[in-house]
Design a protein. Structure first.
Length: 364
């Protein structure tokens, strides 16, 4: 399949181009488009055959449900069976924006979208291109992140192209996504609001309007997770990634220096993803073979969020054999950054204490 590219102004997309892309959606094709979080891979959410094409293009397991994207809050009535008061509060406060709500679904929503669940995830994005495209399509648009399943989510049209060229009808290129991490997913179908995935709207923001919010823990592959997507390894670069987690920045730096020296001595290509401050300190010593990437200043988790996925793709391209990532603070959107890093690492963390011989093997 020939994949078309529509380049648009992210703030004022050309309506003629949007109509053309929406026409593809209406005719059952799959189209990638920018949102304020990451690029989505959209299809008509009321058309089972179109939705199946999303799963095929991404190589996504059929038991992982999709988010329906809408252009107006009023459309929610057509999708969900009940809109509780707390959903209305969240809509008023956070829509359009990076917040997805899980609610009991209406029977007419295809089971392919919800992977057979009785609930459906819905979000109203704020990005002008996403809004215009969904409005022009005139249907709820089912859209997961527009990456091959398991890879880092795309924050630029080039990332979508790398993963999906030839497999989808079109990519609407609206430049770089502002937030850089996927939406927050909150389940409102039960007694207590349940945070399934941290994201652009922080736990602190949710608690400020809802009061108590339960937070989903990590889920073993054998368990039935609340959000089906939680059991899969995600956002993963090709090389093994380790989170380096020390109490102090001095400890982090000495640990990183030691790990890097050991790996370079074995002729491995090492990548370090860290705060601008740590990167600056590591740069003081010239070390060929060391790939350094800054997530931005330690005090700016929003910048780390914006950069993370692109950097994970970059270190892959640079041919890293092993990747170390410095842990970031978990206040605000830092929690979402750490959540994605843990998933990318498959849970691998290095703490400062063990002697080199006691450290777990770093084989792939
Ligand atoms: O920011 C985002 O949310 C992006 C953009 C494109 O909107 N989309 C996105 O979709 O990240 P995806 O498919 O990559 O992640 C959706 C997550 C998955 O973890 C999925 O399991 C969960 O939402 N989910 C979807 N429907 C659900 C449901 N009915 N109950 C629980 N979890 C659900
Ligand atoms: Mg995804």
């Amino acid at each position: 399949m020939q994949t078309r590219i529509y380049k648009v102004d992210p703030w004022a997309p050309d309506p003629i181009v949007i109509e053309e892309a929406a026409g593809l959606l209406a005719s059952g094709e799959v189209v990638a488009f920018p949102t304020e979080t990451v690029y989505g891979l959209g299809a008509n959410g009321l058309d089972s055959r179109a939705v199946k094409k999303i799963f095929a293009a991404k190589g996504r397991p059929a038991d992982n449900p999709l988010i329906l994207h809408i252009a107006e809050p009023e459309t929610l009535h057509e999708i969900v069976a009940d809109i509780p008061e707390r959903a209305q509060i969240l809509i008023r406060r956070f829509w359009p924006g990076p917040l997805t709500m899980v609610l009991p679904k209406k029977p007419e929503i295809p089971s392919e979208v919800t992977a057979g669940l009785s609930t459906v995830a819905v979000r109203m994005p704020a990005h002008p291109v996403a809004k215009a495209l969904i409005a022009a399509a005139g249907v709820p648009v089912a859209a997961p992140s527009a990456n091959i399943s398991g890879r880092p989510s795309p924050t630029r049209a080039e990332h979508v192209w790398e993963d999906l060229a030839g497999k989808i009808a079109a990519v609407v290129d609206g430049g770089q996504c502002g937030i850089g991490l996927e939406s927050t997913v909150i389940d409102l179908s039960g007694e207590v609001p349940y945070l399934l995935r941290p994201g652009g709207i922080t736990l602190e923001q949710l608690e400020a309007v809802l009061g108590r919010v339960e937070v989903a823990g990590e889920v073993a592959a054998s368990q039935t997770p609340k959000a089906p997507g939680m059991k899969y390894r995600h956002y993963a670069p090709k090389a093994p990634l380790w989170i380096v987690n020390a109490e102090t920045t001095t400890q982090t730096l000495s640990l990183l220096n030691r790990l890097v020296e050991e790996d370079l001595a074995r002729n491995e290509k090492v990548a370090v993803i860290a705060s601008a401050e740590t990167v600056a300190a590591l740069e003081e010593k010239a070390r060929p073979g060391l790939i350094l990437r800054s997530l931005g200043s330690r005090n700016e988790p929003a910048v780390a969020a914006q950069n993370l996925f692109a950097i994970l793709r970059e270190v892959d391209k640079a041919g890293a054999d092993v990747i170390y990532a410095e842990a970031v603070g978990t206040a605000g959107i830092g929690a979402a950054v750490m959540n994605r890093l843990y998933k990318a690492a498959g849970g691998r963390v290095i703490n400062p204490d063990p002697e080199p011989s006691e450290r777990p093997g770093r084989a792939k």
